[in-house]
Design a binder for this molecule. Structure first.
Ligand code: AMP
Length: 213
């Protein structure tokens, strides 16, 4: 099963993507996580990506597409995957579509987690991330057991640069201009399903599993 998660930054698609990956036994592929891992390891790719990410801008398509196609060509993606944060532009969607068509394959579902901008801004300021292991929390909705400390690895939790208020505004502008057109793209392909992302996490997941079967 090949699934794409769509939705504004902070809509909760990452959390849902991880839950889907676990239930359906497919890898969770997040381009944001791949970039952050590269930043942490000080790679050339990481240094390039960071310049854009810190400003709330998209990393250029050419670079992003290359890392994504490499990732989904790996053995563990053979039976499917959940893409979280990719595609984010029409050119990215077209490259993926062409690559899949060449393999006689296609995306099964594009799940749009719909949340209004006002809710997003409120949510993002409460997000906390562990830069060591990639776990994410929310001070109200998914608090760590001990404030400021990662449950999974014990490292310090931080407000990511790209979750800061000014950056969030930029990211929402970028989302509306560059990513929202994908909703029409996948509607035309007949694979779009929209769920109400303002509901509690488990209810959003129930709505998604009702669609995926
Ligand atoms: P995320 O964790 O998905 O919110 O991604 C964090 C940041 O990584 C984004 O704000 C972008 O700067 C960059 N990024 C992640 N995925 C993509 C993508 N598909 N295309 C371009 N930039 C991306």
């Amino acid at each position: 099963m090949k699934i794409i998660m769509l939705g504004a930054p902070g809509a909760g698609k990452g959390t849902q993507a991880k839950m889907i990956a676990e239930k359906y036994g497919v890898p969770h592929v997040s381009t944001g996580d791949i970039f952050r891992a590269n930043i942490k390891n000080g790679t050339q790719l990481g240094m390039e990506a960071k310049q854009y990410m810190d400003k709330g801008l998209l990393v250029p398509d050419e670079l992003t597409v290359r890392i994504l196609l490499d990732r989904v060509a790996q053995e563990d993606c053979k039976n499917g995957y959940v893409l979280d944060g990719f595609p984010r532009t029409i050119p990215q969607a077209e490259v993926l579509d062409n690559a899949l068509t060449e393999l006689g394959d296609k995306i099964d579902y594009a799940v749009n987690v719909d949340v209004p901008d006002e809710n997003i801004i409120r949510r993002m300021s409460g997000r906390r991330a562990c830069l060591s292991c990639g776990a994410t929390y929310h001070i109200e909705h998914i608090p760590p057991k001990k404030e400021g400390v990662c449950d999974a690895c014990g490292s310090e939790l931080v407000l990511r640069d790209d979750d800061k208020a000014e950056t969030v505004k930029n990211r929402l502008d970028v989302y509306h201009k560059q990513t929202q057109p994908l909703i029409d793209f996948y509607t035309e392909k007949g694979v779009l399903a929209t769920v109400d992302g303002t509901l509690p996490m488990d209810d959003v997941f129930a709505a998604i599993t009702a669609i995926l079967g």
